[in-house]
Write a protein that binds this ligand. Structure first.
Ligand SMILES: C[S@@+](CC[C@H](N)C(=O)[O-])C[C@H]1O[C@@H](n2cnc3c(N)ncnc32)[C@H](O)[C@@H]1O
Length: 269
């Protein structure tokens, strides 16, 4: 049976189906690496797992004395297990406002929500959340934190809900979805990581090497599309996916979180 694509799932299938391939796996979440190590153990000797950020892909390869590689696969965003662990990514349960992928990092969602200036919070929720009620949300956050620190995901989710017009509070998508996405992107500097990591990866590809990136929301996908376009303009990359590849009905049924996935690929010139 196919293992779920969580915790080393892609690596598992690549190692299984391509016996000549070796993998270097990078994740900034130590726990993700532990799960992957367990899942991949039967391929011992063919993989190296390193706790690092995507933006440091160059130093990772250097430390392994690898100058260039044949391929990159980036699977962006958060894992299902990260959402399920008590890391404050989810507004479905009451958890401390954390949202760090790398638990050794200093900045948490608590810091962003309680200490960022009003204008910075507005910019983040507007741009990273694409949230049209950002002004009301931030006004209510700032009023609340004058009286008391915002400690939990539930407190934040309630503030966001109250900021929505009452007619929109019970829609299909929870009102806190966009605000949580925005704060998570800020805490983990997700777009900065993508820009730096993917640009470096394109430079670290061998001639005709392939880069593939799976993203999960429009801001990520737009960032990837722009990096690929720029690399094409510089004659570094041939874009292999005019439009991103999306999962079919069958895959979405088997793996519902894949429904928003978009894969873009390019070949090094
Ligand atoms: C969608 S999951 C990928 C799951 C993976 N395909 C697998 O099969 O295990 C995204 C993973 O990327 C990691 N991640 C996200 N952004 C990262 C970054 N900038 N640097 C390092 N790891 C990152 C997260 O910690 C998470 O474990």
């Amino acid at each position: 049976m196919m293992p779920p694509l969580e915790g080393g799932g892609h690596s598992y299938l690549i190692l299984k189906n391509f016996p000549e391939i070796k993998i270097v796996g990078i994740d900034r979440d130590e726990y993700a690496l532990k799960i992957a190590e367990e899942k991949l153990k039967k391929f011992n000797g063919r993989f190296t797992l390193i706790k690092e950020s995507f933006r440091n892909v160059d130093t990772v390869l250097k430390s392994l004395r690898l100058e260039k590689v044949e391929g990159f696969l980036f699977d962006l965003g958060v894992s299902m297990f990260q959402l399920k662990m008590e890391r404050g990514f989810s507004f479905q349960r009451e958890e401390h406002l954390d949202m760090r992928m790398d638990t050794a990092q200093k900045l948490t969602a608590y810091d962003v929500v309680n200490f960022y200036p009003k204008a910075a919070l507005e910019k983040i929720i507007k741009e990273y959340g694409e949230e049209k009620f950002y002004r009301r949300i931030v006004k209510n956050i700032v009023e609340y934190r004058k009286k008391k620190r915002i400690q939990t995901t539930k407190e934040l989710a309630d503030i966001v809900c109250r900021s929505y017009p009452s007619s929109l509070r019970r829609g299909r998508i929870h009102p806190a979805t966009k605000t949580f996405q925005a704060i998570r992107i800020e805490v983990n500097d997700e777009l900065g990581e993508i820009k730096e990591g993917i640009s470096k990866a394109i430079d670290l590809l061998k001639h005709e090497g392939i880069i593939q990136v799976i993203s999960f929301h429009s801001l990520e996908d737009r960032t990837v599309k722009n990096i690929f376009r720029e690399a094409k303009r510089l004659k570094k990359l041939k874009i292999l996916t005019k439009k991103p590849i999306t999962p079919g009905k069958e895959e979405i049924e088997k793996n519902p979180p894949s429904r928003s996935a978009k894969l873009r690929a390019g070949k090094r010139l």
